[in-house]
Write a protein that binds this ligand. Structure first.
Ligand SMILES: [Ca+2]
Length: 401
């Protein structure tokens, strides 16, 4: 009890010191927050000079919504059977199981396509069992997986990892949309019969004249087995084999080519010679597809004018635009910043949008129309268009530049 007053005093002093430190740290953070846009820590500026900035490379599919045209167990208990690869490359039917969406361990929802891909706990989406006719002329039994990114991305690769003990599709088409699913363009085809299934030559050469053309390849057949082999992954590299890839900055065609908001993959089931041989007489073969990981590697598309994408006020992902640009993809100039036409930033030139002639601008809060050298000063006087930055922007540094 004797030491209590000392302890109390020490405690109070401690609290005061902590609060002081807290206030100092808070002020520092406050100051940093406001100056960050014109600070070297902003990747879009080198001191005060605008420079190209790009969001991090990510798996844009991670956690994204996928719509599957068919999911085993969605309409109640369904029997599906393992597909076993036999020596010689043919496939047979193994043990059968039940899928049922209302039972946790029997669920195989589309969300398993884009969840954490943990090799020690693989989760698979499964299609309903499909019946493949043993005739080349029969209509194909397609399954479509549509991945929605919710924002324009520039994609480097698209990959699908197939699960073991399920059929590996012989033909797969990957499409893309740049307008949130209104229109679709082919991105890549896989088939052992490119000409027959997709009407394209196998492994065509891409020239400068057709860089936006989807190729067809049978390369997935040669990963160790009859169809997809034991590895069971297809990976489409968007720029591989395209001549302008090395000069991407100056190729609007390829910049367009890699841009996507949605990526559907469509399997087309066509009987291969070996399944025909092993199933002669049975007429049909019931099988299902199973995919553990649908991944797309790329960057949120901001045209070199933002270092990250964040959810906007409407909850939709948008670029955090710099360089006086605006729009979800920083694809236009901010209002009153049309002194030069909008352009994508390159390694050499940030191509920032510039304020219109000074006399036409409203005065800033310092009462000065001095804006030409600052990319951010005008913000508080300007209407906010597609602005996603929540932090206020102060002109503290502008008068010294
Ligand atoms: Ca998974």
């Amino acid at each position: 009890m004797k030491s209590r007053p000392t302890w109390t005093l020490g405690f109070i002093l401690g609290v005061i010191l902590l609060r002081l430190r807290g206030t100092l740290a808070g002020n520092e953070m406050y100051a940093k927050m406001f100056s960050s846009q014109q600070h070297p820590s902003d990747p879009c500026y080198d001191e005060d000079r605008p420079r190209r900035c790009i969001p991090d490379f990510v798996n844009a599919a991670f956690g994204a919504a996928v719509e599957a045209s068919s999911t085993c167990g969605n309409s109640g208990r369904t029997k599906y059977c393992d597909v076993i690869e036999q020596p010689g490359g043919s496939t047979g039917i193994g043990p059968c199981h039940i899928c049922d969406d209302s039972t946790p361990r029997r669920r195989f929802p589309a969300s398993y396509l884009t969840d954490l891909n943990n090799p020690s706990n693989v989760t698979c989406w499964r299609s309903e069992p499909l019946v493949t006719s043993q005739s080349f002329s029969a209509p194909p039994d397609n399954v479509t997986l549509t991945l929605s990114l919710g924002k324009k991305y520039e994609l480097t690769y698209v990959s699908l990892q197939f699960c073991p003990k399920a059929a590996k599709p012989d033909s797969i088409a990957i499409y893309k949309s740049m307008d949130y699913g209104k229109t679709w363009q082919p991105f890549q085809f896989y088939s052992s019969q490119c000409r027959r299934v997709y009407g394209r030559p196998n492994r065509a050469t891409i020239t400068k004249a057709n860089e936006q053309e989807a190729r067809c390849t049978d390369s997935h057949r040669y990963t160790g087995g009859d169809s997809l082999g034991p590895v069971g992954r297809i990976a489409f590299s968007t720029l591989e084999g395209r001549p302008s890839a090395s000069d991407f900055d100056n190729s609007p065609v390829l910049q367009d080519w890699v841009t996507a908001t949605d990526v559907p993959a469509v399997t087309v089931s066509t009987p291969t010679t070996s399944t025909l041989a092993s199933n002669l007489g049975t007429g049909t073969l019931a099988h299902h597809y199973a995919v553990s990981d649908f991944a797309v590697g790329g960057r949120c598309k901001c045209n070199g004018h933002a270092a990250r994408c964040i959810p906007g006020k409407d909850g939709e992902l948008a670029c955090e635009c710099r360089h006086n640009t605006a729009g979800r993809d920083c694809e236009m100039c901010r209002p009153f910043h049309f002194d030069r036409p909008w352009a994508r930033a390159t390694a050499r030139d940030a191509n920032e949008c510039k304020a219109v002639a000074k006399q036409k601008l409203p005065l800033n809060f310092l009462g000065q129309p001095k804006l030409a050298n600052s990319s951010l000063v005008a913000t508080t006087n300007m209407p906010q268009v597609a602005e996603t930055v929540a932090s206020p922007k102060l002109p503290t540094n502008s008068s010294s530049t």
